[in-house]
Design a protein around this ligand. Structure first.
Ligand SMILES: Nc1ncnc2c1ncn2[C@@H]1O[C@H](COP(=O)(O)OP(=O)(O)OP(=O)(O)O)[C@@H](O)[C@H]1O
Ligand SMILES: [Mg+2]
Length: 262
């Protein structure tokens, strides 16, 4: 038997393990995305030639002034809206060519959403709310319940499984919404101002959960107005007037951008 090791293969392995960024799978690829609402005098250019890449495992904050296009880009990334122009690849799939039914399925399987207003169904318990994304999947109800319970445990709510939203604090409701967003093990977790309706202590708790989820490998893109929230992420993308003006700020660079009134 030939026990000789090929030095080239060792080199290749070593090189790969040291090459994080360029060789990580790309989850979101936006190419020259524009979004125009309305027409004629009422036309609004919400996004203008946006290029953005988010790799697997990233934790990005999207920041910028009100009206700069943050929610618009999130809706496109989340397949809730289509761009007027440009290409979008989600986990390598060309989203533009998909039918509405395929889009809905991709959304359900690949993306978890968390919004500022938790959007829980008031008549359902925490467990039942978290089971909702699995309703259309071919999963037995008892398995759905088990998965919902483990998602709720993951966000620290194992003692609130049967509470309805009005029996939960704001922070707890948002944690239910996070459990609902991760229960299908999405490739991408999107959050649009998830701490916007929370006080500072609860914001901290929710941000700790997002950090834990990212540390376990979930890719997260989060819109926020709050510098303290953005500082908990790893990369900040800054929008102005529908354009990306900074795509790779570090948390410590936020104040420089704010001070320069960008
Ligand atoms: N459905 C719509 N119809 C017309 N114009 C829209 C629509 N949605 C957004 N816009 C406009 O597009 C621009 C970008 O809006 P967007 O909601 O993306 O901003 P944002 O950065 O999320 O702001 P905020 O921080 O206030 O949430 C704004 O000028 C807004 O008025
Ligand atoms: Mg918005």
């Amino acid at each position: 038997m030939n026990n000789q090791v090929n030095p080239l293969s060792i080199l290749r392995e070593a090189t790969h393990s040291q090459l994080p960024s360029p060789f990580k799978p790309v989850i979101v690829r936006l190419e020259n995305i524009s979004k125009i609402y309305g027409s004629g005098e009422t036309e609004v250019r919400a996004l203008a030639d946006v290029n953005l890449i988010v790799e697997q495992g990233e934790y990005c904050a999207i920041m910028g002034a009100s009206g700069s296009g943050k929610s618009t880009v999130m809706n496109i990334i989340g397949c809730l809206d289509q761009p007027t122009k440009g290409h979008y690849y989600l986990d390598k799939a060309n989203v533009a060519v998909l039918s509405d039914a395929d889009l809905a399925q991709i959304r359900n399987l690949k993306i978890g959403f968390v919004f500022q207003q938790f959007h829980l169904l008031p008549q359902l318990s925490a467990v039942e709310n978290v089971m909702l994304p699995m309703v259309y999947a071919d999963i037995h109800t008892s398995e759905q319940r088990d998965r919902a319970i483990s998602a709720l445990k993951r966000v620290g709510l194992k003692n609130r499984l049967n509470n309805k939203p009005n029996q939960l604090s704001g922070g707890q409701q948002q944690r239910v919404a996070i459990a609902r967003a991760i229960v299908n093990q999405p490739v991408l977790l999107l959050a649009d101002e998830p701490t916007g309706a929370l006080d500072s202590r609860t914001t901290q708790e929710v941000m700790d959960i997002f950090s834990d989820l990212n540390n376990s490998g979930i890719t997260i893109v989060m819109v926020t107005h709050e510098p303290d929230v953005a500082r908990k992420t790893r990369r900040i993308v800054w929008f102005k007037d529908g354009e990306v003006i900074h795509s790779h700020l570090t948390p410590s660079e936020i104040s420089q951008v704010q001070n320069s009134k960008q």
